[in-house]
Design a protein around this ligand. Structure first.
Ligand SMILES: Nc1ncnc2c1ncn2[C@@H]1O[C@H](COP(=O)(O)OP(=O)(O)OP(=O)(O)O)[C@@H](O)[C@H]1O
Ligand SMILES: [Mg+2]
Length: 358
């Protein structure tokens, strides 16, 4: 295992062309040894490029990579000692499941008894014990991907295990169990796991730290709770959470309050340094409170719809043309017409030019 440092890394797939564009804009990032990370972002934002730079499949057009302080930028993938698992299975069809799992260790000359114990351990972790003697060719897509995963996990001395949407071909129930397994493996072996996905649930349930990317940039690095409570940009607020964060245009009134429509709303954010252009109020549907009557930081809105999501209800209410989404427990009675909605001061995030005012 190793600490992985990306120093001033940037990448363009066509650096010499006149219309050269960064697939990854310049950034610095340190991956802590033993950490469990997810890289999350929409299609084309640069997730695979970032992963492939770490493994050595892509050589960055700018910057250096350090593994435990040693510069590996010019080293090959195999010299970097990285395990990588891809979206679609990479296995040897002519070999048995056992030999597929053993292959990364056989190649590196480990002794037979060690190989047997590791293959059995990984097969057990992924529930492949019953298939070890079968030919890999005959397996289902699910099972083939499990073997790919197993081949990534069988070496426990790698610098990191990089996974690029590895569970795409796997059915949802097994997916859930495998994510739990990967978490256990990370805790047991302290292996650095980096998991690429565009599915926020997958990222939120798997990782301690999530790297949110948009258009070639890292927009936030944080725990699932941090991304939920204090999204650093309106993009993160919108991309994370279901529904997306409520975001409303507003104006600054004084150092700790804003004007939202005709209402004054207080926040805990210090607005002294904010100059008042393009200001937005962000609040999660989960944090808006349904009140019986008017109170401080409350707006009166008209209910437009109530959707039953099974475990909760989602209210859409109109306040002076703004649609406010509110999540309440299933058993809460929602008035048919008018509701009072309170915005707790500590849950009000203020954005200036789409960036969170700290
Ligand atoms: N080999 C390549 N040559 C030229 N451009 C590329 C190449 N690979 C990726 N790109 C471009 O670089 C940008 C980032 O691509 P990347 O594959 O890293 O995104 P991603 O976040 O992994 O997307 P997805 O979720 O669809 O897998 C995109 O604009 C993509 O079109
Ligand atoms: Mg990709």
């Amino acid at each position: 295992m190793a600490q992985i440092k990306l120093q001033n890394i940037a990448h363009s797939y066509n650096p010499n062309s006149v219309d050269s564009k960064y697939a990854l804009k310049p950034f610095d990032m340190t991956w802590v040894d033993g950490g469990r990370y997810a890289i999350l972002g929409p299609s084309g934002c640069g997730k695979s490029t970032m992963l492939n730079i770490m493994s050595g499949i892509v050589k960055p057009s700018e910057g250096r990579l350090l593994f435990d302080g040693v510069d590996v930028t010019d080293e090959t993938t195999s010299d970097r000692n990285i395990a990588q698992v891809f979206q679609f299975p990479v296995i040897y069809g002519t070999m048995t499941v056992h030999d597929n799992l053993a292959f990364p260790l056989v190649c590196r000359g480990y002794d037979k008894s060690f190989i047997e114990s590791k293959v059995n351990e990984v097969a057990e972790a992924l529930s492949l014990e019953g298939l070890l003697s079968q030919s890999a060719r005959k397996l289902t897509a699910d099972q083939k991907q499990l073997i790919s995963l197993g081949r990534g996990l069988v070496r426990d001395n790698v610098a990191a295990i990089l996974m690029d949407e590895p569970l795409t071909v796997i059915d949802p129930d097994l997916k859930f169990r495998l994510r739990r397994k990967l978490k256990e493996i990370n805790q047991k072996y302290q292996s650095t796991l980096i998991y690429v996905t565009h599915d926020q649930n997958e990222a939120m349930t798997f990782a301690e730290n999530i790297i949110v990317m948009d258009d070639g940039e890292i927009v936030q690095v944080g725990s699932p709770a941090e991304l939920f409570d204090r999204p650093r940009t309106t993009f993160v607020g919108y991309f994370i959470g279901a529904p997306a964060m409520n975001l409303f245009e507003c104006d600054v009134v004084d150092s700790n309050s804003i004007k939202f429509g005709s209402e004054k709303i207080s926040t805990e954010t210090d607005l002294k340094s904010v100059n008042g252009e393009n200001i937005k109020l962000g609040i999660r549907a989960e944090y808006v409170q349904l009140m019986k009557s008017s109170a401080k930081n409350t707006v009166q809105a008209k209910v437009e719809s109530v959707d039953d999501w099974g475990n909760h209800k989602l209210i859409s209410a109109n306040f002076e043309g703004n649609i406010i989404k509110v999540k309440v427990k299933r058993e809460v009675e929602v008035p048919a017409e008018n509701v009072y909605l309170r915005f707790p001061t500590n849950n009000c995030c203020i954005y200036e030019n789409e960036i969170l005012v700290p």
